[in-house]
Design a binder for this molecule. Structure first.
Ligand SMILES: Cc1cc2nc3c(=O)[nH]c(=O)nc-3n(C[C@H](O)[C@H](O)[C@H](O)COP(=O)(O)OP(=O)(O)OC[C@H]3O[C@@H](n4cnc5c(N)ncnc54)[C@H](O)[C@@H]3O)c2cc1C
Length: 265
């Protein structure tokens, strides 16, 4: 059984700055790391490979320093690592990211039974790429997958978390699963894994190699427009009621709840 895992590189910091003019993140000078949620998807793939056999391929679109993240993935058990990197991709929104990943998978003829991605990235946090990519590849997709219950050669049974409950699904292969942290606990790299990673070849391709034209990608190809970026200001007014006014205070709270319910209806 073959696994394809999507890995995004993200800034290794919580202090992300946004360019006020373009509305995009200022990425220069930031240390990078593997999107923490993707590490769980990678671990699921590697542990399944160890159980049922097969290969784990990792794929990322990002700047050249993403090689470090892919090298870490090899140390953790990936067999093949592929990077799509090209200056023309700068400014790509989630749709173009998904399109570029789909083109890479198709043009490089990457063979897989299970496509795994994280629930969301810790920087963009849209949770869109896995689902968009599955649609572009014509694959069934399940989001919020919390556990892989069973796997055989033609299907997988998974548990999916929904608000206060969970659902059990059987999906045919090939399929795409967007997974939650609970699917697998990432391992630490072994010395052997690190040595293997040091000698590994991270395959790197540009847009032309995967059949993309410059006008299809970057800001030009992206339908999303960031109109304005600002810090939301939360302001609250507060009215205090003394001990002797407590009944009046409760009446006021009830009035406000009633008003808000009327507003909802
Ligand atoms: C107008 C605009 C301009 C932008 N310009 C840039 C830019 O110049 N540089 C830049 O880095 N970002 C840019 N972005 C952000 C970029 O589009 C998103 O970060 C990217 O599409 C992924 O979206 P996300 O972070 O919300 O990931 P999510 O959709 O939350 O990710 C879900 C999962 O998909 C997978 N995944 C997501 N992204 C990738 C990836 N790149 N490679 C492999 N797997 C992935 C991971 O498994 C991840 O867990 C821009 C966005 C907009 C709207």
């Amino acid at each position: 059984m073959n696994f394809l895992v999507l890995l995004k590189q993200v800034p290794d910091t919580e202090k992300v700055k946004i360019d006020p003019v373009t509305g995009t993140m200022i990425r220069e000078g930031l240390d990078i790391t593997m999107n923490p949620l993707d590490a769980h998807a990678l671990e699921l793939a590697v542990s399944l490979k160890e159980k049922v056999g097969g290969r784990v391929v990792v794929l990322s679109m990002g700047p050249m320093n993403t090689i470090d993240v892919l090298t870490d993935a090899v140390a953790l058990g990936a067999d093949r690592a592929i990077l799509l990197s090209d200056p023309a991709l700068s400014g790509s929104d989630t749709w173009v990211t998904s399109l570029a990943l789909a083109r890479t998978i198709r043009n490089l003829k990457i063979d897989f039974d299970l496509l795994l991605c994280g629930e969301k990235s810790t920087d963009g946090e849209t949770g869109q790429v896995g689902v968009e990519l599955a649609i572009l590849l014509g694959l069934p997709v399940l989001t919020y997958v919390s556990e892989l219950v069973e796997v055989d050669t033609s299907s997988v049974i998974v548990k999916r978390s929904v608000e206060d409950a969970h659902e059990i699904w059987r999906v045919p292969l090939p399929s795409c699963l967007c997974v939650l942290k609970s699917v697998a606990e990432p391992r630490l790299p072994t010395l052997g894994g690190k040595k293997r990673a040091m000698n590994s070849n991270i395959e790197t391709y540009g847009i032309k190699d995967v059949g993309l034209e410059p006008e299809e990608v970057g800001l030009k190809g992206s339908p999303t427009r960031v109109v304005k970026v600002f810090n939301a200001k939360v302001s609250r007014s507060c009215k205090l009621y003394s001990d002797r006014e407590v009944v009046r205070g409760i009446e006021r709270v009830l009035e406000l709840i009633k008003l808000s319910l009327e507003g909802d209806s």
